[in-house]
Write a protein that binds this ligand. Structure first.
Ligand code: CIR
Length: 253
């Protein structure tokens, strides 16, 4: 069960943030509507929402997931892999002090984005990506192992972040796309396989009694419903334009 979440309203500078997509310029008004719907969805899932105000100096800071890795007992503050995002951690660490006493830190030359971390029960998967380097992954593995967790490092081939292509729904069930469908590290799980055309919907999140997924991916929705989950669908177009998905928009703990 998650009790808490942290979200952050995107600022107007969001439209000048980092992206590799060619989906066009985000519409700020639409973006705010989509963000508000995301916050409502979290509330529907019965989590408390700590809602941070927009910061114009950090265009990508609505993607709070990248700044921390949280367990029920301790917080790891990351060292984000994009230079323009590194200082986003200052505010998040401050906010997390209301919830945690035990803090760990990823330190340079290690870099790590929370989007590259997937927790499945007591096991963490750490993706090495354009943002998370080997040293960052090694540091996180060491921290997690010192606290009794297991951790596996996975070299990404195509996905932007690890969780761009994989989600854990509980009950040994994962949602997987692309390079993770036949990945040997994930062979022991029951898989909901997302087709190439629906790849964006692999970034979905289980929050208590619901699975939240992006709107417009009926095939994925159908498979999740057949696996026994209630769903909430959210319009995500303006986040997708900046390489963001559902998991990126909150810290859940
Ligand atoms: C970035 O490039 O950092 C943002 N535009 C998108 C970050 C998405 N975060 C995530 O997948 N965890």
């Amino acid at each position: 069960m998650f009790k808490n979440s942290i979200v952050k309203t995107p600022g107007k500078s969001y439209i000048n943030g980092l992206t590799t997509s060619n989906l066009g310029r985000p519409d700020y008004e639409k973006l705010l509507v989509q963000h508000a719907a995301y916050v409502e969805a979290l509330k529907q899932c019965d989590v408390e929402v700590t809602h941070l105000q927009a910061s114009e100096e950090f265009p990508d800071s609505t993607f709070v997931e990248d700044t921390a890795v949280l367990t029920s007992e301790f917080a790891v503050i990351t060292n984000p892999g994009a230079d323009s995002r590194i200082k986003e951690i200052v505010e998040i660490e401050q906010v997390l002090k209301d919830f945690y006493e035990d803090f760990y830190y990823i330190q340079s030359p290690g870099t790590l984005d929370g989007g590259d971390i997937l927790q499945i029960d007591n096991h963490f998967y750490i993706g090495i990506s354009a943002r998370t380097n080997e040293e960052g992954a090694r540091q996180l593995k060491e921290i997690l192992e010192s606290k009794g967790f297991d951790a596996t490092i996975i070299q990404l081939k195509e996905f932007f972040h690890l969780k761009t292509g994989i989600a854990y729904l509980g009950n040994n069930t994962i949602v997987v796309a692309g390079e993770f469908v036949d990945h040997p590290e994930f062979s022991g799980y029951d898989k909901i396989i997302v087709s190439k055309d629906n790849e964006y919907s692999a970034n979905c999140i289980r929050v208590n009694d619901y699975v939240i997924l992006p709107k417009g991916y009926d095939e994925t929705k159908q498979k999740i419903v057949e696996a026994g989950y209630q769903t909430i669908e959210l319009e995500m177009s303006e986040f997708q334009k900046q390489d963001g998905g559902l998991s990126c928009l909150s810290l859940r703990f």
